[in-house]
Design a protein around this ligand. Sequence first.
Ligand SMILES: Nc1ncnc2c1ncn2[C@@H]1O[C@H](COP(=O)(O)OP(=O)(O)OP(=O)(O)O)[C@@H](O)[C@H]1O
Length: 298
Amino acid sequence: MAVIEVSGLRKSYGAVEVLRGVSFAVERGEVFGLLGPNGAGKSTAVECVEGLRRRDGGRVRVLGLDPERDGAAVRRVVGVQLQQARLQERIRVREALELYASFYDDPCDPGELLEEWGLAGQAGVRFGRLSGGQQQRLFVALALVGRPRVVFLDELTTGLDPQARRAAWDAVRRVRDAGVTVVLVSHAMEEVAALCDRAAVLHGGRIVACGSPQELVAGVGATVSFRPSGPLDEAVLAALPGVRRVSREGGTVTVSGVGAVVDEVTGHLARLGMVVTGLRIEQAGLEDAYLALVGGAR
Ligand SMILES: Nc1ncnc2c1ncn2[C@@H]1O[C@H](COP(=O)(O)OP(=O)(O)OP(=O)(O)O)[C@@H](O)[C@H]1O
């Protein structure tokens, strides 16, 4: 069941149309990534879904509710970690969590959240004295305190050290395993590859690709090169599914293509009983896929 349904979402700021018909759906219990260049409109789209911003057109539903019409009901089931947020400088970490917990009928235990997000040692520290990474983790904990069914995390691990980043990923997986749907706005491809079940790329006001990290990468391709031990018909290689190009330089054959091209080529060689040396496989990564989609250099 789709927990979030967005179709034909439009939003302009003055004369600038930022969202020009954005459509995607997020299924229950998945971690869904939203990617795109700076200024692509990711925060704008997410804020329209959260009910924090009014859309100009299109349809948005969160658990069947319209965030504009049913704002209060949506806020009860949604948790939001904003990219740039502030709290009162003097409020202590535990007080902030307890305050937010008091807004809900059945909140999480603040102590457990402090442990989960590595803040137990800062429980008595004032917000203004926290490091950037500690503030970041506190905002995630605050987004989760009301036991949301959908949580939006905007640049979850920006500014976190590698250890805290891994801990945050594990914590997000536990949130997902508890049945919560997670929307993750991110520029960190490693994070998207590690955490997201599916991701959408927003560019030019529209979703230009949507799929699992593997599916996004499959569209970009891979290169297999090797030295065959005997004669090899290049035309047969060129006709394999997904193969785009076959070239030979000296004794080395290079095959590039998309989809399952690596499996196709190695399977073909195995069927021929062909022994090869110097086998090299270069698989495109999610960052290559992303850059190909948004027009960056590879
Ligand atoms: N309140 C606003 N008034 C006018 N323009 C705005 C407003 N909010 C955002 N914009 C503009 O809309 C565009 C999309 O901004 P948005 O913050 O949604 O992008 P983003 O994809 O989240 O970017 P980033 O990756 O840098 O966080 C930008 O050009 C931004 O300057």
